[in-house]
Write a protein that binds this ligand. Structure first.
Ligand code: C2O
Ligand code: CU
Ligand code: CU
Length: 423
């Protein structure tokens, strides 16, 4: 609904029961009575307002992951919504078309709430994306896929998995948009899949079972400069990828996750993720364009500051999250270079609120093309050095901080997070 020029959404967090497995219904959380939440869609330039009602019996928050917005609207741990209360953030969408998402960010309890089902996609559209010949009919040839791993107990309830003390629970069953063993009926020659790793710890390496090539067209914060032909896309928790895959009439194609290197990643196991079932005759889809959107050169010549983040154990720079401490203060409308390193043999990632960064170098060399676009979350391989170009624009607030953290939610809950002010 658009009211007085503002696009208004309503979300109600609440408890429910969902039928995933034969052994019994699973008690879940979700938005609007379901497991997960509705896909929100808004256009660049639009003013949006979300009325979040907390129908849970505990506090929650809603964080807009990947969104550029004022810190007070960001939904981090400083914006708890008590049980029964509501919260109504409002901001103007001002970033390229992208597949973003939303989830709770309650201090120390994020994993528990996300794993129970509180998460959804937030798609941003814009004119640049709309002018390209890309599949974009929602639910037909443009499909968001929230990929999660869960385990179920004998009564059907969610059960913890192995690895809890290090990385958080790993599940043995894959859910896609809350469905076990899903398939997608495909009616067009090309289909665009917006993949979100919505798991709390598991890392995936998405491939097709027959090894076919597909096109990576977008990453966390928007489209790439040009499609990248590839056979695999790795995603750590919180990361997104938009891919376009071609199908032949009548064929089945299986999207799988192949086992990532167990030495580097949480959850080295292979899973079938989604079966794509192409109809006997497919509606034609336009060829993918050779180029997508212009990306500014990632140039660190004007960097106003350099910062280093060492991820180790459950700490960042040997510190743990303290809600009362700003770890640093940065100046609005300046650019910084952040050097990030994972120094110990646990899988970690790095996520920053409010902004989309660019990867300048990995171990001194140019990043792989899959990391050449806008990112807000990046998986960190051990002892590699990632230099990121980070900008905080438009919004200054001397009191409300933004967060940066490992997006393995158990690590985040254990305090592997820091906060900064933009002034
Ligand atoms: Cu997706 Cu700070 O979170
Ligand atoms: Cu975030
Ligand atoms: Cu971590």
């Amino acid at each position: 609904i658009v009211r007085d020029g503002v696009r208004v959404f309503e979300l109600e967090a609440g408890a429910g029961r969902t039928s995933f497995v034969p052994q019994g219904d699973t008690p879940t959380l979700g938005y609007d009575g379901a497991y997960l939440g509705p896909t929100l869609v808004a256009a660049r330039g639009e003013r949006v307002r979300v009325r979040v009602q907390n129908g849970l019996d505990v506090s929650t928050t809603v964080h807009w992951h990947g969104m550029h917005l004022p810190a007070a609207m960001d939904g981090g741990p400083h914006s708890p919504i008590p049980a029964g209360a509501s919260w109504t953030p409002e901001w103007t969408i001002d970033q390229p078309a992208a597949s973003l998402w939303y989830h709770p960010h309650l201090h120390g309890r994020t994993r528990e709430q996300v794993d129970a089902g509180l998460a959804g996609m937030f798609l941003v559209t814009d004119d640049a994306e709309a002018s390209l010949p890309l599949p974009r009919t929602y639910g037909v040839d443009d499909v968001p896929l929230i990929v999660q791993d869960r385990s179920f107990g004998a009564d059907g309830g969610f059960a913890g998995g192995p690895g809890m003390q290090f990385d958080g629970a790993l599940g043995d069953t894959i859910l896609v948009n809350g469905t076990v063993t899903p398939h997608l009926a495909v009616s067009t020659e090309r289909v665009r899949l917006r993949l979100l790793n919505g798991s709390s710890a598991r890392m995936y390496d998405f491939v097709f079972a027959d090894g076919r090539e597909f096109s990576l067209i977008g990453t966390d914060g928007g489209l790439l400069a040009a499609p990248v032909r590839t056979t695999s896309v790795p995603l750590s928790p919180g990361e997104r990828a938009e891919i376009v895959v071609e199908l032949s009439p009548g064929e089945d194609a299986v999207l799988r996750s192949r086992a990532p290197d167990p030495a580097l990643h949480a959850g080295a196991a292979a899973f079938d993720v989604l079966q794509l079932r192409a109809a006997a005759s497919l509606a034609p889809s336009p060829e993918l364009p050779e180029t997508l959107v212009p990306l500014p050169a990632a140039d660190d010549a004007d960097a106003a500051a350099q910062r280093t983040f060492v991820m180790s154990g459950h700490s960042i720079n040997e510190r743990q999250m303290d809600l009362g401490r700003a770890d640093f203060v940065t100046e609005v409308d300046t650019t910084e270079v952040w050097t990030v390193r994972n120094e110990n043999p646990l899988p970690h990632s790095f996520h920053v609120h409010d902004t989309q960064f660019r990867v300048l170098t990995v171990d001194g060399g140019p990043p792989p093309r899959r990391l050449s676009g806008w990112k807000d979350t990046i998986a960190l391989e051990w002892n590699r050095e990632y230099r990121l170009l980070v900008t905080f624009e438009d919004y200054a607030d001397p009191t409300t901080p933004y967060m940066y953290h490992c997006h393995l939610l158990w690590h985040e809950d254990q305090g592997m997070m820091g906060q900064f002010l933009v002034v």
